[in-house]
Design a protein around this ligand. Structure first.
Ligand code: NAP
Ligand code: F7E
Length: 337
């Protein structure tokens, strides 16, 4: 029987890779999108443009229980991947209230709608290494104590606890991934990796002059999103629901990321990177490094990309985009002469 999956946040980085992965496995894939996205498909569906004839989209808002209830009532889903969230940590300091509302209530609404209508549907919650925050131990595992350092991190702890509670209280199949940072050429431009690779490419082509960043010493365990969506799927194929850390087990500083990304285009980052205090956070997560032994042993999951390969792929994609941008700018100025 064809498996049917609902992905909330299908327009995001992970949603787009997960949709591709599930389609390749023969799933019928449905995505939950915001109404405004349906009104502006060229811009809002960029990451899933190549999938639009293969997936079914449903309009709903994480802030509205009736809209989510309606989508869940439409189709008999066997798996639900709840990825939609306000995912930018810095923004959560600016507007903690809406981050909490979207991330906590949105998760609670999804769980409540599934409990009511599809109690057998398997549920995946997109937990985050930001939940570890000011880390209690290194490396971080499934049993490491949480100490979130941002409204975003707090919202993910609450979502994680809600997910666990639905598992324990109602016997539902609810699992959480504790995913460490994962990136790729579809990463949003505001996140540090994409900000670095896109600006390095633009500097190389003479389209930008410098890169303003905050804390260069923060350390992150960066993997590739393509690898991490495979782990999400594997979590929902187990006999019993459970929670898993997904990480590479390597950590690197933002400075090292700059060095490598600029190195890819033959530049020395020290000549272009400037520190701008506006990009410092009120409370920083200094060091993250995950121990994914449980995912490796129980799910049989292994990452395929190395850190260097991921950066190379991101820089190559951004060079291509910058070349197009440069071509358009040249065309525009030529047409004005
Ligand atoms: P992303 O690119 O920012 O995508 C977020 C998705 O959520 C988008 O599809 C967005 O829709 C949707 N969304 C946001 N607010 C919404 C709302 N109010 N109603 C409906 N949809 C809404 O994030 P990502 O990197 O793919 O991450 C996926 C999930 O994993 C998130 O929950 C994130 O917090 C979590 N996570 C990410 C990482 C990571 O390193 N990437 C690590 C750990 C956990 P629009 O396109 O309409 O904005
Ligand atoms: O920051 C530092 C910043 O915004 C990484 C999300 O996907 O992963 C992501 O959260 C580090 C931080 O990601 C700039 O201070 C320096 O230490 O790329 P980021 P994040 O905050 O780690 C987790 C696991 C998630 O769950 C989140 O959804 O880089 N940094 N200078 C900067 N960061 C940004 N964005 N911009 C800078 O200029």
């Amino acid at each position: 029987m064809t498996k049917r999956a609902l992905i909330t946040g299908i327009t995001g980085q992970d949603g787009s890779y997960l949709a591709e992965h599930l389609l390749s496995l023969g799933y019928e894939v449905h995505g939950l999108v915001r109404r405004v996205a349906l009104e502006d498909p060229a811009r809002r569906f960029q990451r899933i443009a190549h999938l639009l004839d293969k997936v079914t989209l449903h309009a709903a808002s994480l802030e509205s229980y009736p809209s989510l209830f309606h989508v869940v009532s439409q189709v008999e889903f066997s798996e639900c991947y709840h990825l939609a969230a306000q995912s930018f940590v810095a923004e959560s300091f600016t507007d903690g209230f809406s981050t909490m509302n979207t991330n906590i209530n949105g998760t609670h609404y999804m769980l409540a709608a599934l409990r009511e209508l599809r109690p057998k549907c398997r549920f995946y919650f997109a937990g985050s290494s930001e939940m570890f925050g000011k880390v209690a131990e290194t490396p971080q595992t499934e049993t490491t104590r949480f100490h979130p350092r941002s409204p975003y991190g707090i919202s993910k702890v609450a979502g994680f606890e809600l997910t666990r509670n639905y598992r324990e209280a109602y016997g539902m199949y609810c699992s959480s991934g504790l995913l460490f940072n994962h990136e790729g050429p579809r990463r949003g431009y505001e996140f540090v990796t994409r900000k670095i690779t896109s600006t390095a490419a633009r500097i190389k082509l003479g389209l930008a002059e410098e890169l303003k960043l905050g804390n260069l010493e923060a350390q992150r365990d960066w993997g590739h999103a393509k690898d991490y969506v495979r782990a999400m799927h594997l979590m929902l194929q187990q006999e019993r629901p459970d929670d898993y850390v997904v990480a590479t087990g390597e950590t690197h500083t933002v400075r090292e990321f700059c060095e490598r990304a600029f190195g890819e285009v033959g530049l020395d980052y020290r000549e272009y990177v400037k520190i701008d205090e506006r990009f410092l956070r009120p409370a920083e997560v200094d060091l993250l490094i995950g121990d994914a032994r449980k995912a490796r042993e129980e799910l049989g999951w292994e990452p395929e990309y190395t850190f260097a390969e991921m950066i190379r792929e991101m820089v190559a994609a951004d060079l291509e985009a910058a070349q197009l941008e440069g071509g358009r700018a040249a065309h525009f100025s030529a047409s004005r002469v």
